[in-house]
Write a protein that binds this ligand. Structure first.
Ligand SMILES: [Zn+2]
Length: 259
């Protein structure tokens, strides 16, 4: 057999054989020493692995209802129907956190109640319904500079602050319920004020970041989206009917009418 290995001199082959044999024996004697000297310490045993890159969900199944002057019975029925169907209640801020990876997307479809305009009856009649069901709502109110329309009764600043402290989400509905596309053409400075000042006024009031805006009268276009994004909003609510919220359209989420 040795004759068949002309490329390896015999002497070298013998060395390899002996070396291999010793190599098998030696670790038996050397093992206890190695164990003491070279075993890594506890904190070295499991090196920290880099966390995998965050892959945002491309869409979230979020049935987002839009309420105004609805009766408490209607809101209660919508909440009960969705809970019974296995949907989990979340706020718009939570949806934004899911898209950014700050919050895990639950393994069930979601729903939420948004209430536009800051009517006093939402505070006195609808918020208690949500509280009873343990469902946080998202209230799109006008900035603190809003003087009212002389027709309806609106929440006072203390009531908006109270809703926030009770765990409800607060979003911007501009300062004066402005139709943004039309106002931009008429008065660009006022248009910017409606987007930026409402956010600043509400943040000043509740001492939390205002992350979303509901466009009054559903009036928005790509320029409104760009300006609202620049102002720091991460979510925009339209009146387009859609329950599958796409991450590419985070600034134009769809809603369902509460009826
Ligand atoms: Zn409105």
């Amino acid at each position: 057999m040795l004759d068949r290995l002309p490329e390896m001199p015999r002497r070298r082959f013998t060395q390899v054989l002996i070396g291999g044999f010793l190599g098998l024996l030696l670790p038996t004697f050397a093992a206890p020493v190695r164990a003491q000297e070279e075993l890594p310490q506890d904190d070295q045993v499991m090196p920290e692995l880099p966390s995998p890159p965050f892959i945002p969900p491309s869409y979230i199944d979020f049935a987002c209802y839009m309420a105004h002057l609805n009766s408490p019975q209607i809101i209660d029925r919508i909440v009960a129907t969705n809970l019974n169907a296995g949907r989990q209640a979340v706020t718009v801020s939570e949806i934004i956190e899911m898209f950014s990876g700050e919050k895990e997307v639950p393994n069930v479809p979601l729903f939420g109640i948004t209430l536009d305009d800051g009517y006093l009856s939402q505070y006195t009649q609808l918020a208690p319904v949500l509280d009873r069901r343990g469902v946080p709502g998202t209230f799109y109110v006008m900035g603190t500079g809003w003087q009212g329309d002389g027709v309806h009764q609106y929440m006072k600043t203390a009531q908006i602050k109270d809703l926030s402290e009770r765990g409800h989400d607060i979003g911007s509905h501009t300062v004066n319920h402005a139709s943004l596309v039309a106002l931009r053409a008429r008065n660009f400075g006022a248009y910017l004020g409606e987007i930026y000042s409402s956010k600043a006024q509400l943040e000043d009031l509740i001492q939390e970041e205002i992350t979303s805006i509901a466009y009054p009268n559903g009036s928005f276009d790509q320029a409104v989206i760009a300006e609202a994004t620049k102002a720091g909003y991460k979510g925009g609510l339209t009146e387009v009917v859609r329950t599958r919220q796409n991450i590419e359209r985070q600034m134009e989420m769809g809603r369902l009418r509460a009826a």
